[in-house]
Design a protein around this ligand. Structure first.
Ligand code: SF4
Length: 371
């Protein structure tokens, strides 16, 4: 392409981006969703909402947003809380690394910024748990900076709008969708345009049923009203789920107290409490399970591995957990010097809900106990 043609193409791109931005802003004025964190420019509240809403539905996340603000109204109060308090409040949202990072980021802001939320994209992006999307959202919503906030919803809208066959899960694809979003949002108010694109992704250009007739992008969209729209975005690979087999033991002593363990491994559920657990990457036969129990907690517990059992399947982002719950009795608590990855304690069963537990336990344990 010669210089002139290149300039012409750039100009046409800019013109198209401006028209799209105008249509988005008009649409947002009338159709934007009313959400509590949109009624503020306080970066702490916006950050909190963005972290809570990653992988969480808005209706579920809203209650957590208010609970967190009530418990920790300021960055300082969040920074001063114990990790256990933060995890306890987070319980039910899953992806606990988000909660730990939230806590670490609050401490970093207090230590390095005197408790004042940073106002540059680079400093926001450097906070633990903040990626390009979240940094773009905070920078644009709280500070009006012209940064795109591109998540899966936005990639879907953009890939359809431009009928782009660039896979969204490659470095080149990520760069392209970031560039396309940037082209649009720099043509107007970044906060409004990011939110408009998000709302269209969430409510209009949905994965299986794009509502092109209600979409402000219809005049510009290369796949509007075509059946092929649902073929976008393109993905290069699907990561297969890894199967893990978790055998939990509800162990009760002579006084009715139950054993729990704090998970110290730096992997899923770090810092959370769980029922004593045998983990395996393959299914275990009863005999193999008994041997493992004996190795871990001694012959007395192994003897009692029977009785009531509950089986359930629980899906995490990259793992499929096959859960089995057993109930048994113990006379003494185990010696945790042999298991440095966890810390045992005996508690009364009613106190269990005071401890941060993974969803895989608090979701299935009640039905196991009720049976
Ligand atoms: Fe999605 Fe249809 Fe809008 Fe295109 S016109 S962005 S396919 S809803």
């Amino acid at each position: 392409m010669g210089d002139k043609e290149e300039q012409k193409a750039l100009w046409q791109d800019k013109l198209l981006a401006r028209k799209i931005a105008t249509a988005l802003a008009d649409w947002f004025c009338k159709n934007g969703r009313l959400l509590p964190w949109r009624e503020t420019t306080d970066p702490y509240k916006i950050w909190l909402s963005e972290i809570i809403l990653q992988q969480t539905r808005i209706d579920q996340g809203t209650a957590y947003y208010f609970d967190f603000l009530k418990a920790f109204p300021t960055i300082e109060s969040l920074a001063q809380a114990s990790e256990e308090e933060v995890l306890r409040l987070w319980q039910g949202l899953g992806y606990y690394t988000r909660a730990r990072n939230l806590h670490k980021a609050a401490q970093k802001i207090v230590q390095e910024e005197g408790g004042v939320f940073p106002s540059s994209f680079e400093k926001i992006r450097a906070l633990p748990g903040v990626g390009d999307y979240t940094a773009g959202a905070i920078a644009s919503f709280a500070f009006g900076l012209s940064y795109p906030a591109v998540d899966g919803n936005l990639q879907r809208v953009l890939s359809r709008l431009y009928a782009s066959c660039e896979p969204i899960d490659t470095a080149a694809g990520k760069r392209l969708y970031l560039h396309l979003a940037h082209q649009i949002i720099r043509e107007g108010d970044a906060s409004v345009l990011n939110q408009a694109l998000m709302d269209i992704g969430a409510t209009v250009c949905t994965p299986r049923l794009p509502l092109c007739n209600s979409c402000p992008l219809e005049p510009f969209c290369k796949v509007a009203n075509l059946p092929q729209a649902v073929d976008f975005p393109i993905k290069k690979r699907k990561v297969p789920l890894k199967d893990l087999y978790f055998f939990f033991f509800y162990l009760v002593d002579g006084e009715g107290k139950i054993a729990i363990e704090k998970r110290k491994k730096k992997d899923i559920w770090q810092g959370l409490y769980q029922l004593p657990l045998i983990e395996s990457e393959t299914p275990l036969k009863q005999k193999e399970l008994r041997e493992k129990v004996e190795q871990m907690w001694g012959a007395e517990v192994a003897e009692h591995v029977e009785g009531k059992v509950l089986r359930a399947r629980h899906i995490l982002s990259h793992r499929r957990l096959h859960l089995t719950f057993y109930r048994s009795s113990i006379t003494t608590l185990f010696d945790d010097s042999k298991t440095p990855w966890c810390e045992y304690r005996l508690i009364s069963a009613e106190d269990l809900e005071q401890f941060p537990l993974p969803a895989a336990i608090f979701k299935y344990l009640p039905s196991f106990l009720e049976e």
